[in-house]
Design a protein around this ligand. Structure first.
Ligand SMILES: Cc1cc2nc3c(=O)[nH]c(=O)nc-3n(C[C@H](O)[C@H](O)[C@H](O)COP(=O)(O)OP(=O)(O)OC[C@H]3O[C@@H](n4cnc5c(N)ncnc54)[C@H](O)[C@@H]3O)c2cc1C
Length: 454
């Protein structure tokens, strides 16, 4: 890669096109601009363009394409994969516009917005987006990867509800891809993550949800086996109005962690139920008695408080994330998981999470997209501090896996080589062929990369 002094001249040219918004290594603000939530992938671009609108994005991409500079895109840093090694990093942080059409129940969201902004804007109209567990993740990165949210079993993947994608492709041109125009790009962008260009805005349907019964049940680690078995059995009978997940938490003994979680194993069951609180209490009753409860936060809540269901961390931390979609979670699978990650296991993962799928996530999108996994019953993922050990839990659960991974739950510099396993072979081939047409030089390669293959 070209670095250092040799980049000053090109950077000056880009600065003329984007005054005040181009940063070189060593400039004030360069390091801060790279700072993201998950610091596992250390980006070292030759320059950063902090774009403020779609015209800036076209300028930046055209500039990079003309010089053969690879392009990375960062909004919040919640989903790092291949680290940018040289090239141009486009920071979408300033692209924050969010507008709601309440009559059509459609949101239009710009390239760097975060979920909390959409949640708040939609709530004014009694509506909600299909966001995930953390309100701080970027809307675009989450949705392009599929988007497995708090109401997934009721409404499906967030990508299934996208109605338009505005994207600047490697030739520096803007496209508005919909079900009727630029249809290949529309299909590929919804599931193919950042491989096809810089998304400057998307439009998607909102759902009529303003409240739910939700929160978390935290059980003492000694009860892990009882709770995981009880949760598995319970998930077989719950309606699609209920989406839940279970996490084995091994939090470090540090001040940033709530005292009841510090330095011990805890089981966290998270619930989002769209029916009444009364029905919710009855549905959850068998779980509450699965073991000694340490904390119970289940309650009627406004949808604006839905981030409290998982209560994800908000302070930056470097970690790698691995995933595996499970075909089934039978009794033997739970026993295997307990061997790998239960009390007494030599498990280094801070979090081992199971999310129940099925319901609407098991059905294909009405307008087909590149999100697979409709055959999976559960999503398994693990989060661990940087370590050289192989991902023992995910590997150990392979006998129950579909052989596919969920890209949004793969983070770390080496996660890019796993991108192919995010798709069925036919989906991956079609994505690679579309990539060969719209980005033949693989300009957008600092991501879960799909190399062009005509
Ligand atoms: C705490 C936490 C909770 C999460 N919860 C969920 C969840 O419930 N469900 C779920 O599905 N995922 C979840 N994720 C994963 C998250 O959705 C992905 O990591 C997502 O990629 C984050 O996007 P970002 O823009 O915030 O991150 P960034 O690291 O800024 O971007 C990640 C990648 O997204 C792409 N990208 C981002 N913006 C654009 C753009 N404008 N144009 C083109 N490409 C772009 C790029 O390829 C970029 O490399 C969670 C992650 C974290 C850290």
């Amino acid at each position: 890669m070209t670095t250092g002094k040799s980049m000053e001249q090109p950077a000056a040219e880009l600065s003329e096109r984007l005054p005040g918004r181009v940063l070189l290594p060593g400039d004030d603000g360069f390091a801060q601009e790279l700072d993201g939530f998950n610091q596992i992938s250390e980006h070292s671009p030759d320059m950063i363009a902090v774009v403020a609108d779609a015209a800036d994005v076209r300028e930046a991409v055209s500039f990079a394409a003309a010089r053969g500079l690879p392009v990375a895109v960062q909004a919040t840093g919640h989903g790092p994969s291949t680290a940018a090694d040289g090239g141009l990093l486009i920071s979408t942080r300033l692209l924050r516009g969010v507008s709601i059409d309440p009559a059509a129940r459609i949101a239009r969201v710009e390239g760097g917005a975060q979920w909390f902004e959409v949640i708040e804007a939609a709530a004014e109209h009694g509506l909600a987006p299909l966001n995930g567990s953390s309100p701080l993740t970027g809307v675009i990165g989450y949705t392009l990867g599929g988007g497995l949210g708090l109401m997934a079993r009721k409404y499906g993947y967030a990508a299934d509800h996208v109605t338009a994608v505005e994207i600047v492709t490697a030739d520096g041109q803007s496209h508005r891809a919909t079900a009727d125009q630029d249809t290949d790009l529309f299909w590929a962008a919804r599931g193919g993550k950042g491989n096809f260009g810089v998304v400057t805005a998307i439009e998607f349907r909102l759902v009529p949800v303003s409240r739910l019964y939700g929160g978390g049940l935290f059980f003492a680690g000694e009860a892990t086996a009882d709770v995981v078995h009880a949760w598995r059995e319970w998930t077989a009978s719950v309606p699609e109005d209920l989406t839940s997940s279970l996490a084995l938490l091994r939090m470090p003994d540090i001040e940033a962690v709530p005292p009841f979680l510090r330095g011990r194993l805890t089981v966290h069951v998270r619930i989002a139920y769209l029916g009444s609180a009364e029905e919710g209490k009855q549905l959850v009753a068998p779980l509450r008695s699965a073991g000694p409860l340490v904390v119970d936060t289940l309650a009627e809540m406004p949808y604006t408080a839905a981030g409290e269901i998982h209560n994800d961390p908000t302070e930056p931390i470097p970690y790698s994330e691995r995933s595996m979609m499970l075909r089934t979670l039978d009794e033997a699978a739970v026993d295997a998981l307990l061997e790998l990650a239960g009390p007494g296991a030599d498990c280094i993962d801070l979090v081992v999470e199971l999310r129940q799928l099925g319901g609407a996530v098991g059905r294909p999108s009405v307008v087909p997209n590149a999100v697979d996994h409709r055959d999976a019953a559960f999503a398994l993922s693990t989060l661990s501090l940087p370590d050289d050990r192989p991902p023992l839990v995910v590997d150990g659960m392979a006998p129950w896996g579909t052989g596919r991974r969920y890209l949004n739950f793969l983070a770390g510099p080496d996660s890019s080589r796993l991108a192919e396993s995010g798709y069925e072979p036919a989906t991956f081939s079609r994505l690679a062929a579309i990539k060969a047409r719209v980005d033949p030089d693989n300009l957008f390669r600092f991501n879960h990369n799909i190399a062009p293959r005509p």
